[in-house]
Write a protein that binds this ligand. Structure first.
Ligand code: SF4
Length: 221
């Protein structure tokens, strides 16, 4: 195991709840994905269909990280394939970033949800800090393997878990942030926030801002 990864995993493991999973030495994304499939390091696996690990080229220059898989991602086993993923695809295309050249993942790899009061819908629940901490070694291992040029935090949960709990996406979106995680680190909104816009005009305006942030990111490459 490389010493940097080892030291990062050790520090992460000190702050997470008691580990029940022995993670094998990561040699490749495929090996990490297989190992994460059996992870039981927090309770989120119990109500989820499967682990949703990151996807993309092992040498991607751009690494996008969101909060957690949603309902459709949980069923499909792939990140960013639901409605928010479609917004992301469209915004990346408008910004001139090839989605197939980008690595996409989440700070938490299992879907956290609660049943809707009526019907069978599964309602997204925000992961707790301890759950994010428990999952952090997987994200660190992905970063150590891909070694991206630009790390992009999508939304407050990803940004605050990677850049500090006081980090404000509203104040600092699109700005370069000093971080040891990658040569260039930027935060912007999560594409799901655009889906929650109150009307079509607000959605269009939020989409334009999101594309503007991604266009700045494309210029960093
Ligand atoms: S959310 Fe992360 S730490 Fe928790 S069980 Fe799933 S893969 Fe493991």
């Amino acid at each position: 195991m490389n010493s940097l990864l080892k030291s990062q995993r050790i520090s992460a493991e000190r702050t997470r709840p008691q580990s029940r999973t022995s993670k094998p030495e990561p040699r490749s994304l495929a090996a990490l994905r297989r190992a994460a499939g059996d992870c039981r390091d927090c309770d989120l696996w119990k109500n989820a269909t499967q682990t949703v690990f990151g996807e993309g080229p092992s040498r991607a220059k751009v690494f996008l990280v969101g909060e957690q898989p949603g309902d459709q991602e949980d069923l499909a086993g792939h990140p960013f394939v639901g409605p928010a993923g479609k917004i992301l695809d469209e915004a990346l295309q408008q910004a001139g970033i090839d989605r197939t050249e980008v690595y996409v993942t989440n700070v938490v790899k299992h879907f956290k949800w609660a049943p809707a009061q009526r019907g069978k819908r599964r309602i997204h629940k925000k992961p707790r800090f301890t759950e994010i901490q428990a999952c952090r070694p997987w994200l660190d291992a992905e970063l150590q393997t891909v070694k991206p040029e630009v790390l992009v935090c999508l939304g407050a949960t990803a940004a605050q878990s990677l850049l500090g709990r006081e980090f404000s996406v509203t104040r600092h979106r699109g700005q370069l942030v000093e971080s040891p995680l990658a040569p260039k680190v930027v935060a912007t909104v999560h594409p799901s926030s655009i889906l929650r816009a109150p009307d079509a005009a607000a959605r269009q305006s939020q989409m334009q801002e999101f594309v503007r942030d991604l266009t700045r990111i494309a210029a960093l490459l």
